[in-house]
Design a protein around this ligand. Structure first.
Ligand SMILES: N[C@@H](CCC[C@H](N)C(=O)O)C(=O)O
Length: 278
């Protein structure tokens, strides 16, 4: 059988988008891994599945799979790609859309400049399993194979650890990323590991070693977590632009229970079909 897909990206974080409002899609582990495989399949960081809404007040259900086939609850860059797809394909012309993932409800807004702004919801502070270093700033410290690591931890519907570093280009992103991900006592569902270099109160640089797909060129939920941790630690003001290897994202967070707002690009790269033996 043939499966139609659209290849998209948001700041270089790339996606295979499946429109399950128009074709039947059964996300088996083999098929997901083939879609994610850059050599034997299509290749992407995440597979995004757009489905008809399963609840009132929601425009679309939105399922997210990492390239390794694991299903997750959040993908910020993918949310902007979803909005772009919906508008390009005429699935909706509403300027604001509400989408539901396994763990989060998000509101998306199409801006006049072609960018998409996403209300990502309020950060939730995690993890509870380890003692805080500084309780008032949600700062943690654990011992790993790479020595003692200090980090902030936030859930944006998926788990993130954020480490402040002097120079993102000089960090062993994969090594430290993997060693934190291996600490299942602290992160039972593993974790996306962000490395944040603060430039000034409104600018930073960020690299993210993602769960299920390794280092990506950008991570939207990781950028939200980094902006929130940076603000909580007194390093950032309420507006910050983060430069990732694939582009820039703008983040706003007023603090406490306010949602993190993320603005950035999303592009369609090509469409295709993949042969698939069920
Ligand atoms: N790239 C994404 C995050 C995708 C999911 C993540 N790898 C996880 O396992 O939680 C983003 O833009 O947010």
């Amino acid at each position: 059988m043939k499966l139609s897909f659209t290849k998209m990206h948001g700041a270089g974080n790339d996606f295979v988008v499946i429109d399950a409002t128009r074709e039947r899609f059964r996300p088996t582990p083999d098929l997901l891994r083939r879609l994610g495989d850059r050599r034997f399949g299509v290749g992407c960081d995440q597979i995004l599945v757009i489905e008809a809404p399963s609840a009132p007040g929601i425009d679309f259900d939105y399922r997210i799979f990492n390239a390794d086939g694991s299903e997750v609850g959040q993908c910020g860059n993918g949310t902007r790609a979803l909005a772009r797809y919906v508008y390009e394909q005429g699935l909706s012309d509403k300027p604001r859309l509400r989408v539901q993932t396994a763990t989060a409800t998000m509101e998306l807004q199409r801006l006049d400049n072609g960018l998409v702004k996403v209300d990502m919801g309020a950060p939730r502070w995690q993890p509870a399993q380890i003692p805080l270093l500084l309780p008032q700033a949600e700062r943690y410290r654990i011992d790993t194979a790479d020595g003692a690591l200090e980090f902030g931890a936030a859930s944006m519907g998926n788990p993130h650890a954020v480490l402040c570093v002097a120079d993102v280009d000089a960090v062993d992103v994969e090594g430290i990323g993997r060693s934190l991900q291996a600490r299942r006592d602290v992160f039972p569902q593993s974790v996306n590991v962000g490395f944040l270099q603060v430039i000034d109160r409104e600018h930073g640089r960020l690299r993210v070693y993602e769960r299920g797909s390794g280092e990506t060129l950008a991570c939207g939920s990781g950028a939200c977590a980094a902006a929130a941790v940076g603000r909580l630690w007194g390093l950032f003001g309420p507006h910050v632009t983060l430069s990732l290897r694939g582009g820039e994202l703008n983040l706003e967070w007023a603090g406490a229970d306010a949602p993190v707002l993320m603005t950035g690009p999303a592009e369609t790269v090509f469409t295709g079909e993949i042969e698939w033996q069920r």
